[in-house]
Design a binder for this molecule. Structure first.
Ligand code: HEM
Length: 158
C-alpha cells in the first residue's frame, strides 16, 4: 500500500515551504523562470485566466515574447518589438480590465518575483510592473486624468 495517501500534497495552491530566495535576476534564463511561473498562475486564475482563454493565447509564444519584453525592461536588450500599451487596447475593449483585474495581476506578479528573487533588479521589476499597470489603467480608462501623470517614454515609443 502506498504511504502517500494525503491528497492535500497535490493541491497546487498548498503552501510549500521553500527557502527564501537568495539571489537576484541576473540573466535571460532568470527572466524566463519568473515569466513562465507567472503566466502558469495567470492561466489558472479565476479572474485573469478567462481573458487569456478568450484571446486564445498561444502560451509558448506569449512566454517567449514576455521574456523578450522583460529582458528589454531590465537589461535593455533589444528583442521585444511591440507596444505594450496599444496591444492591450483591443483586448480591454472586448473584456474590460477592472481595478480588480489590475490588482490581481500586480499581486500575482509581485508574489512570483518574491518567490524566486531578491535584490535591486527584482525590486526594479516589481516597480516597473506597478508603474506600467497604473499607466495602462490611466490610458485605458482615464485618459482625461492623465495630464499630471505623464506616461513615460518607454511605454509608448521604442
Ligand atoms: C489587467 C491586467 C492585464 C491583463 C488582463 C493582460 C492581458 C494580456 C493579454 C490577454 C495579452 C495578449 C496575449 C496574446 O495574445 O498572446 C497581453 C499581452 C501583453 N501584456 Fe498584458 N495584461 C495585463 C497587464 C499587463 C501589464 C501591467 C504589463 C506590463 C508590465 C503587461 C505586458 C504585456 C505585454 C508586453 C504583452 C505583449 C504585447 C504584444 O503583443 O506586443 N500586461 N496581456
Amino acid at each position: 500500500m502506498s504511504e502517500h495517501t494525503n491528497t492535500a500534497d497535490h493541491d497546487p495552491h498548498a503552501t510549500i515551504a521553500l527557502p527564501p530566495p537568495d539571489r537576484d535576476i541576473s540573466s535571460r534564463e532568470d527572466i524566463a523562470i519568473f515569466v513562465t511561473d507567472f503566466y502558469r498562475d495567470v492561466a489558472m486564475d479565476d479572474l485573469l485566466g478567462p481573458i487569456f482563454d478568450a484571446e486564445h493565447v498561444h502560451w509558448a509564444q506569449h512566454v517567449d515574447k514576455l521574456t523578450d519584453f522583460w529582458a528589454w525592461q531590465l537589461f535593455g536588450e533589444r528583442g521585444y518589438e511591440g507596444n505594450p500599451l496599444l496591444a492591450h487596447v483591443p483586448i480591454d475593449a472586448k473584456h474590460p480590465f477592472s481595478d480588480a483585474h489590475f490588482a490581481r495581476w500586480l499581486e500575482m506578479f509581485t508574489t512570483t518575483i518574491d518567490l524566486h528573487y531578491v535584490g535591486p533588479t527584482a525590486q526594479t521589476a516589481k516597480q516597473r510592473a506597478a508603474k506600467m499597470a497604473s499607466a495602462m489603467q490611466r490610458l485605458l480608462h482615464g485618459r482625461s486624468a492623465s495630464a499630471d501623470h505623464p506616461i513615460t517614454p518607454y511605454l509608448t515609443t521604442r
